[in-house]
Design a protein around this ligand. Structure first.
Ligand SMILES: O=P(O)(O)OC[C@H]1O[C@H](OP(=O)(O)OP(=O)(O)O)[C@H](O)[C@@H]1O
Ligand SMILES: [Mg+2]
Length: 165
């Protein structure tokens, strides 16, 4: 297992603030979203905040899995497709939500299902960024984002000790 060089830990507070910031940007982009399609599982969390902020009550899922053993990406598997009703009009006025885009592979697969939908993530890495219409924060490709639902409290070594190796 290879670990990315840098760590970007995100608390629940920060995630909530960033999800709200994404909702503000989306509110300015379009008034008429007819539904959110969230990419499980990570997209479920920002989708809850965005649906509350923008008053979007129709929520659909597309279930995609690719990362296993923590940071290793394997073949992408679509475990559940999008309701055909929402695929009409190539997904126009549909908002696709995920927590982040990294290599962009997940985004590319879901975009192909709904080419006219608007794709939004909270975080973006450079490889995935061109596939996303709206995001809040960019982190470098060699950074791993640690989400609050994957974390617990643990001892942290002082920075100086880390630098001594
Ligand atoms: O841009 P990519 O390199 O494709 O990676 C981004 C995807 O990876 C993670 O999902 P994951 O497949 O780990 O499943 P999960 O949401 O259930 O954790 C994340 O939530 C994105 O959906
Ligand atoms: Mg995901």
């Amino acid at each position: 297992m290879s670990l990315p060089e840098k760590a970007f830990p995100v608390s629940w507070d920060q995630f909530h603030r960033d999800a709200r910031a994404l909702a503000w940007r989306l509110a300015g982009a379009n008034g008429g979203w007819k539904a959110i399609v969230c990419i499980t599982r990570g997209g479920l969390v920002p989708a809850a905040v965005i649906s509350r902020e923008l008053g979007i009550r129709l929520i659909e899922t597309v279930c995609v899995a690719s990362y296993h053993d923590y940071t290793e990406q394997g073949d992408l598997r679509v475990l559940k497709e999008i309701n055909p009703e929402l695929l009409k009009d190539d997904g126009e006025n549909v908002l696709i939500v995920d927590d982040l885009t990294d290599t962009g592979k997940t985004a590319a697969i879901v975009r192909a299902m709904m080419p006219k939908a608007h794709f939004a993530t909270i975080y973006a890495k450079p490889k995935g960024r061109p596939l996303v219409d709206t995001f809040v924060t960019e982190v470098s490709q060699d950074t791993w984002i640690y989400f609050p639902w994957d974390m617990g409290f643990s001892y942290q070594k002082p920075i100086a000790e880390d630098q001594r190796g």
